[in-house]
Design a protein around this ligand. Sequence first.
Ligand code: C5P
Length: 320
Amino acid sequence: NGALGEVWNEEMSSTMLGKRLRKVVQNYQAMNKYGVKYPGPAAHRPKLSGPELLCQIKEMVQITTLTPDMEPFSGLPWASQLPQHQITTDIGPFKTCAVVSSAGSLKNSGLGKEIDTHDAVIRFNAAPTTGFEKDVGSKTTVRLINSQVMASEDHHFLSSSLYSAGILVSWDPGPYSSDLREWFNKTDYPIFKQYQRYRRLHPQQPFYIIHPRMEWQLWQRIQDNMDETIQKNPPSSGLLGTVLMMSLCEVVHVYEFLPSRRKTELCHYYQRFSDAACTLGAYHPLLYEKNLVKRMNQGSDRDIYTYGRVTLPGFITFNC
Ligand code: C5P
């Protein structure tokens, strides 16, 4: 009927969460597993506009993937399995790109056709297309996966056909120092063991690993632009993938990261499991990621409400 319901409010804070989730988030905000050393939000700093925020991210977040020349990998026999060049050198630039969050609100969206019209599509973790084409499309250009998916028994990472389409990009929460040697000796999940095994089984499929520095540079942009202390954990795959695509594409459409009128507690469109933490975050500073994306959005609130669609400009399209 044309009435515009409420969309994501960019001033969301942990105090607006339900009692149970608020407790979980506050617990994570008090922990510091990765040794974050950051002064925290300065008092009375000016709030940045969307374009200013876009510039900060373009200038301060380096999109870097591991290459065989980097220490300590350069000294290891399997270093040659790593791609020779940066992902940003090897792929793109694309004109239009779609970022498909895995949110439950994609269910019954009918967005599949629209998603597939993009030149490149990024999906996350175990999100399938088979059987869900009407809502999420069928094209997969890049799949961004976390190290937990690579390591856990129930995902069958090494054998499942889910992972064999497109370019793989993986990440694991590294230490805040972003020291590669420190990270190599203490990953959250065995990302390097699984990487080597996968590469032996699928030597032809491009497969990159994100430098942990990117996670923390992005984390700093979030913390710097929020008034409260955020979780000292890396951003979600969804935001990492969005920024990756902004470096590869002229226009990026992000679907159901900011929930549409279909918003639901259903965690993923492909699973029967509900938890508000999937949309609002617990471990990840997801709430604040969404505040930031809302501020940078160049599309309309109606696009968010109807299609769950946010429009972000690629880095090459603006000067700072
Ligand atoms: O759960 P998973 O990390 O595989 O989902 C991919 C990404 O989609 C998340 O990292 C998050 O950014 C986004 N997402 C969301 N709301 C949900 C589920 C996922 O924003 N309910």
